[in-house]
Write a protein that binds this ligand. Sequence first.
Ligand code: SF4
Length: 82
Amino acid sequence: MLDETGVWYAEGHEMGKIVIDAEKCNGCEICINICPHKLIRLSERMNVRGYHYTCFEDPEHHCAGDALCAEMCPQVAIKVYR
Ligand code: SF4
């Protein structure tokens, strides 16, 4: 589901989910590269600072909430919910 900031998130998740703050993201792609399930992608949209931000897509609920993405994000833009 797409929220008002253009960020995808999973509803009814069983394991975990993340929410990415699109306005904090600088598109460094660290989270994309570290996610073991490849659930994060770069958006075609840009935030107000001119960066392509990342989006979380997990339609099959593979996110385990392990938080590697949030721990590595230099912008502290990712919140993890378990
Ligand atoms: S690690 Fe953080 S700043 Fe970098 S692309 Fe992911 S959400 Fe954006």
